[in-house]
Design a protein around this ligand. Structure first.
Ligand code: URP
Ligand code: ZN
Ligand code: ZN
Ligand code: ZN
Length: 469
C-alpha cells in the first residue's frame, strides 16, 4: 500500500519546506502539497521534521578485535542505528595478509545477511598490496560495488600497513574509482611510547591517551594527505579528533587536494578527563584516536561549520565493560579499543549542533547523511528526500527532551558513553525503503530485511568535485 507522510517539515541539505511525501513501494514517488490521500496509508508528521535517513559511514559490527568480538552484531547494531535515525551503515570488512580479499568479503556477507534490519555496505581493509591484491581490486569494485578502501596507519603488528601500501592503494583507487580511507595515527611512535609507559609501570586507562598524543594524529594525517596529493588521488580521514589533524586537512584542501575529514560524536562532547574516571571506568572511554583536551571540541565544531570537516561517523565498536573492557585491568594496552555510539550519532549532532546554534539544520542533514551518501557512491538513492530516492525517512520530534542512558538504549552493551547526557530531539518513526523499521519509537522491522548496497565508483556522478566538495 502507498504511504503518505503529511503535515511535516521536510529538511534536506539545501531546503526546508512543508510538503507531503508519497511513497510507492520502496521509493519516494511524489512530493507536494495536498497530495491525493485516497488509497494511501496516511502518516501524520505534524510538528515533526522529516529528514532523510542518516548514513553512518563508519561502523564495526561483529568485529574481532583486541582478543574479543564487538558486543553488537549486525542485528543489534542496526536495530540500535534505526532507533537513532540511521537507515544505512557502511561497515569495515577486515582482511588478513595472504588471504584472498574475496574470502573476507564472503565472511562479512555471512555476518550481515540474515541480520541487518537496514541497508548496509562494506569498506574493504587493505593491509598489503601485491600482484594478487591488485588483480582482485577491479573485480571487487565491479562485482561487489565496494568503492572505498581502508588503510590503517596505526595498530602496529595488528592492522598497520606501511607507507608503500598506502601510496599504492591511493594509486589503485585513483585508477579504478575508489575512495581511500585512513586511520591516521603514527603507529610506530605510539608503539614506542606505549612500551615506555609500560616499562615505567604506567598501566591505567589514561595512559591510552597519553601514549597517543595529538601530534601522532596530526603527523599521520599530514603524511596521508601529502601522499594523496602526490598520487593525485582521493582521501577520507576517519575519526578526526584534534586540532592538529584538522589543520592538516585544511592545509591539503587549500592546496586543492581531494581530502575529506570525518569526526565522531564522542570527540564533540567528551574529553580526555573521562579516561581518569575511578574504578577502571576510564576503560569505557578507551578508543583510538583517544579523547582529547576539551578545547579541541570547539575546533571540531568550527571545522564542521566551516566545511573543513564534512561528515560524522559513529566509529561504533562496542565492548561490554564487564568481561570485555575488563580484559585491560592492570594493563591499558589490553583494553579493547572502541565505544558504543551508533544509536546517538544523529541525535547528538542535532541537539548539540542545531539546537545550540553551532550548525544550521541543512548542514546537519549534509553532515549526517547527504555528504556521506555522495562521497561513498550512494547518492541520490540514499542521503536525500527526492522523487526516485529510496524512502529512507526519519520523522523527528525536534523538541522532545530526554536523557541518554544504557537503561533505555538498544545497543547490546552494558554502558552508555553518554550516560546522563540531556539531548533535545528524538526520532519517532523511521522508514527503510518505504517500510517502518521504527514506529512510534518501537522496533517493528525484521532481521534480514536490510539489503546489501553495491555502491557507485568514486567520481562517477556527473560533477563529482562540485557535488562533494
Ligand atoms: O578504537 C577504535 N576506534 N576502534 C575501532 C577501530 C578503529 O580504529 O576505527
Ligand atoms: Zn580507526
Ligand atoms: Zn573505526
Ligand atoms: Zn524500543
Amino acid at each position: 500500500m502507498k504511504k503518505l507522510i503529511k503535515n511535516g517539515t521536510i529538511v534536506t541539505a539545501s531546503d526546508l519546506y512543508e510538503a507531503d511525501i508519497l511513497i510507492e513501494g520502496e521509493k519516494i514517488a511524489a512530493i507536494g502539497r495536498n497530495l491525493d490521500e485516497s488509497a494511501a496509508q496516511v502518516i501524520d508528521a505534524k510538528g515533526a521534521y522529516v529528514f532523510p535517513g542518516g548514513v553512518d559511514p563508519h561502523t564495526h559490527l561483529d568485529m574481532p578485535f583486541g582478543g574479543t568480538v564487538t558486543s553488537d552484531d549486525f542485528e543489534t547494531g542496526t536495530i540500535a542505528a534505526a532507533h537513532g535515525g540511521t537507515t544505512t551503515v557502511i561497515d569495515f570488512c577486515l582482511t588478513s595478509k595472504g588471504e584472498p580479499l574475496k574470502n573476507s568479503i564472503q565472511t562479512w556477507h555471512e555476518k550481515s545477511k540474515e541480520k541487518a534490519v537496514i541497508d548496509y555496505g562494506f569498506h574493504l581493509m587493505i593491509s598489503e598490496v601485491n600482484d594478487s591484491v591488485l588483480a582482485e581490486i577491479p573485480k571487487i569494485i565491479e562485482e561487489e560495488g565496494i568503492t572505498s578502501f581502508k588503510v590503517f596507519m596505526a595498530y602496529k603488528n595488528v592492522f598497520q600497513a606501511d607507507d608503500e601500501t598506502l601510496f599504492r592503494t591511493l594509486l589503485t583507487a585513483k585508477e579504478h574509482g575508489a575512495l581511500v580511507m585512513v586511520h591516521a595515527e603514527n603507529g610506530d611512535v605510539i608503539d614506542f611510547l606505549v612500551n615506555k609507559a609500560l616499562k615505567e609501570g604506567n598501566t591505567d586507562p589514561i595512559y591510552h591517551a597519553l601514549t597517543r598524543p595529538p601530534e601522532v594524529e596530526g603527523e599521520a594525517t599530514g603524511r596521508a594527505a601529502q601522499l594523496t596529493g602526490l598520487a593525485d588521488s582521493q582521501l577520507y580521514v576517519v575519526h578526526v579528533s584534534c586540532a592538529e589533524a584538522v589543520e592538516k586537512i585544511e592545509e591539503a584542501r587549500k592546496k586543492g587536494y581531494q581530502v575529506w575529514g570525518e569526526t565522531c560524536p564522542q570527540y564533540l562532547v567528551l574529553d580526555q578527563s573521562y579516561l581518569e574516571k575511578p574504578n577502571f571506568e576510564g576503560a569505557k572511554y578507551v578508543w583510538s584516536p583517544p579523547l582529547r583536551e576539551k578545547w579541541n571540541q570547539d575546533v571540531l565544531w568550527n571545522a564542521l561549520k566551516n566545511g573543513q570537516l564534512q561528515t560524522l561517523g559513529s566509529d561504533q565498536c562496542s565492548f561490554n565493560f564487564k568481561g570485555q573492557k575488563e580484559l585491560g585491568l592492570g594493563d591499558f594496552t589490553k583494553i579493547p579499543n572502541g565505544g558504543p555510539i551508533i544509536e546517538d550519532r544523529f541525535s547528538i549532532l542535532f541537539s548539540e549542533g542545531v539546537k545550540k546554534g553551532r550548525i544550521s539544520i541543512n548542514q546537519f542533514v549534509d553532515i549526517v547523511s547527504t555528504r556521506i551518501a555522495k562521497l561513498f557512491g550512494l547518492f541520490p538513492r540514499k542521503g536525500t528526500i527526492a522523487v526516485g530516492s529510496d524512502a529512507d525517512i526519519v520523522i523527528f520530534d525536534p523538541n522532545k527532551e530526554r536523557t541518554i542512558s544504557a537503561e533505555t538504549h538498544h545497543m547490546n552493551v552494558d554502558y552508555s558513553a553518554f550516560e546522563g547526557m540531556k539531548v533535545t530531539g528524538e526520532p519517532i518513526s523511521v522508514l527503510s525503503r518505504g517500510e517502518f523499521v521504527i514506529r512510534e519509537k518501537e522496533f517493528v522491522g525484521k532481521p534480514g530485511k536490510g539489503q546489501y548496497l553495491k555502491r557507485d565508483r568514486f567520481g562517477s556522478a556527473k560533477k563529482p568535485a562540485e557535488q562533494v566538495r
